[in-house]
Design a protein around this ligand. Structure first.
Ligand code: ASP
Length: 333
């Protein structure tokens, strides 16, 4: 029987009803897991590990590093890993781990639920059973298992607050689907070098959402000496205001002059940024911006945080940012 490490980090799955809302409840949780889903033991030999217990909104890069270390020290002892995690920042943590856990040859499956495990109509039970089963397969990457789909961790994004189908993967089909059987859609990797954990992240980064009437005076207040990169969430294929007082190009020039990387992603979930299509994109390219292609914002942000922690070379980071590291980006064939 396969050995699975089930790592608890918190989230709604571990909460209980409290008045009109829900709240983290460590005791209720550990009781529930053992008593309410005895079938789990038919699927695998499961060891639970309470790493932390947080609403995922309170997780940050330090937690990502701890989580990666937990997998690293247990890597040889287990066949697969399931991480219980809040849905709000699950795509960020899954992306961060996809870059950190290099040459991964085992499944690392994130899951959680929209409704606490303790509620009768919870999706927790199904997501947990599916995830444990996924963790016994030959999958060799970081995935998010939710509502019978498994998405590549760095391609997924939270799309719904209220639906059981909380996640989507707009630019890549699910890597596995769970029906009567589990269907894996990714082939096994060929020769895999030794597993390495390289988790380290910089937070000298800022995400800027472009919107109509965005004031350049406010952007001028940003202290660029504290930043190494800005992710700009543009309209459509890489568009932003170019006229009058709202023209963003002088701000991009200022970033360039301060050695701050400007990385362009889109507010649209589907398809890729194309900086050669419209005048704004071409102007951004002229002042040194780089394209995030079809990366999700979560994948682009955590990738830059990871690269910034590994190198001081702006050129190196800009080049690596535009090359797939863990299947997070589609490149033209
Ligand atoms: N606020 C919760 C969290 O992300 C939401 C969830 O788990 O669905 O921890």
């Amino acid at each position: 029987m396969k050995k699975i490490l089930l790592i608890q980090t918190g989230g709604t799955i571990a909460m209980s009803a409290k008045g009109e809302g829900v709240e983290l409840d460590p005791e209720a949780w550990s009781d529930l897991l053992i008593k309410q889903i005895p079938e789990l033991e038919e699927l695998a030999e499961i060891t639970t590990y309470p790493l932390f217990f947080e609403d995922s909104s309170d997780l940050n890069a330090e937690h990502w590093v701890n989580l990666a270390q937990c997998i690293d020290v247990n890597y040889e002892k287990y066949d697969g890993f399931v991480i219980l995690h809040g849905t709000d920042t699950m795509a960020y943590t899954a992306s961060a781990l996809s870059y950190s856990l290099q040459n991964l040859a085992k499944p690392v499956i994130f899951t959680g639920s929209q409704v606490p495990m303790s509620s009768v109509r919870s999706d927790a039970r199904r997501n947990l059973i599916n995830s444990i089963e996924m963790a016994t397969t030959e999958l060799q990457e970081v995935g998010i298992c939710f509502n019978d789909h498994v998405y590549r961790g760095n391609r997924a994004t939270k799309l719904s607050i209220g639906d059981f189908d909380a996640f989507g993967s707009p630019n890549l089909d699910p890597i596995a689907e769970i029906g009567l059987d589990i269907e894996l859609h990714v082939p096994p990797k060929k020769l895999i070098p030794a597993f390495e954990n390289n988790a380290a992240f910089s937070n000298e980064i800022f995400v800027l959402t472009v919107h109509p009437s965005l004031s350049m005076n406010i952007l001028d207040c940003l202290d660029l000496t504290k930043l190494k990169a800005i992710i700009v969430r543009t309209f459509g294929s890489g568009n932003f205001p170019m006229k009058g007082e709202y023209n963003m190009i002088p701000f991009f020039e200022k970033c360039r002059d301060h050695g701050v990387i400007v990385a362009i992603v889109s507010q649209a979930d589907y398809d890729a940024v194309n900086l050669t299509k419209y005048p704004a994109g071409r102007a951004a390219l002229n002042v040194g911006a780089v394209s995030g292609g079809d990366m999700t914002m979560e994948a682009a942000l955590t990738k830059l945080m990871f690269l910034l922690a590994r190198s001081d070379s702006k050129e190196y980071i800009e080049t690596q940012f535009q090359i797939p590291m863990a299947g997070e980006l589609t490149v033209d064939k």
